[in-house]
Design a protein around this ligand. Structure first.
Ligand code: PXL
Length: 272
């Protein structure tokens, strides 16, 4: 008999290069056994060398996509990635309320591409902080986003803890401060906290040029686990294992930065 998989909704932008954005989210959802739903927020024009520009989807069309799938197909967990404008962010927040969102929500506060190209209009990070963080089960900032959001420069595990505390004051249930961009450590240490529990997740740091889509892949792997009913600490631990393998198997494509890769899942032992 056909079994219907759990569903995960990504509210994010398209990457024409196929390595980040909804493309990363959908392949990660598939690799983790959940059906992906999409509310597209923006169309970026980019390749491995960088983002040439983007056009946003009208906010009412973003909202209508969420309403359409939530009412009929059901959402077991959702994540946000590139949201482009404050207007879209406000529409997403309002629509999540309207559909009575009682599912876990992961907010990845995407501000810029790795090549430094802004993926948000100017006032929009503030809107993510005020409109979406209070509705979030988990937020997943990298260290650049931590600095933009709190002014804290994370250089070690002490400042990483201070950043987690500052970020939790914006109202999310959990925060994952990703240490991947921290220099001078041989391991990659991420800090997960809900203000009571503080969990350090340490993993190997792989040396590769090809890390495009890494943040999106981690956030969507976590979202897939939440859709399947995992607790936040278990979902984050599983997501970290998944992204480590994707980084280890990242491949060159184009003359610039290649994508992290979930292709290994095709050869993975189904019992592992
Ligand atoms: O990785 C952040 C990100 C998210 N969404 C889109 C992107 C990028 C980075 O380039 O293009 C659409």
């Amino acid at each position: 008999m056909t079994r219907t998989p759990r569903t995960a909704l990504t509210i994010a932008g398209s990457d024409s290069g196929g390595g980040a954005g909804i493309q990363a989210d959908l392949r990660t959802f598939f690799a983790n056994g959940v059906h992906g739903l999409v509310a597209l927020t923006a169309v970026t024009v980019q390749n491995s060398l960088g983002v040439r520009g983007f056009t946003e989807v009208p906010a009412d069309v973003v909202a209508a996509q969420i309403t359409a799938v939530a009412a009929d197909m059901g959402v077991d967990a959702a994540k946000t990635g590139m949201l482009a404008t404050a207007e879209i962010i406000r529409a997403v927040a309002k629509t999540l309320d309207e559909v009575g969102a009682d599912f876990p929500l992961v907010v990845d506060p995407v501000a810029a591409s790795m090549t430094g190209h802004a993926l948000l209009r100017e006032d929009a990070l503030e809107a993510i902080r005020t409109e979406l963080f209070p509705r979030a089960t988990l937020i997943t900032p990298n260290l650049d986003e931590v600095r933009l959001l709190t002014g804290i420069e994370v250089t070690d595990t002490v400042s990483q803890r201070a950043a987690a505390e500052a970020l939790l004051r914006f109202g999310s249930r959990w925060v994952l401060v990703k240490g991947g961009h921290m220099t001078g450590t041989s391991d990659c240490v991420d800090l997960l906290s809900d203000g009571r529990e503080v969990i350090e997740l340490s993993g190997p740091r792989y040396v590769t040029e090809n890390t495009h889509g890494g943040g999106d892949t981690l956030a969507s792997a976590i979202t897939a686990s939440l859709a399947k009913g995992a607790s936040v600490p278990d979902a984050v631990a599983a997501g970290k294992k998944f992204i480590e393998r994707c980084v280890a198997e990242a491949y060159p494509l184009g003359a610039g930065v290649g994508p992290v890769s979930p292709f290994w899942i095709l050869n993975a032992d189904s019992n592992s």
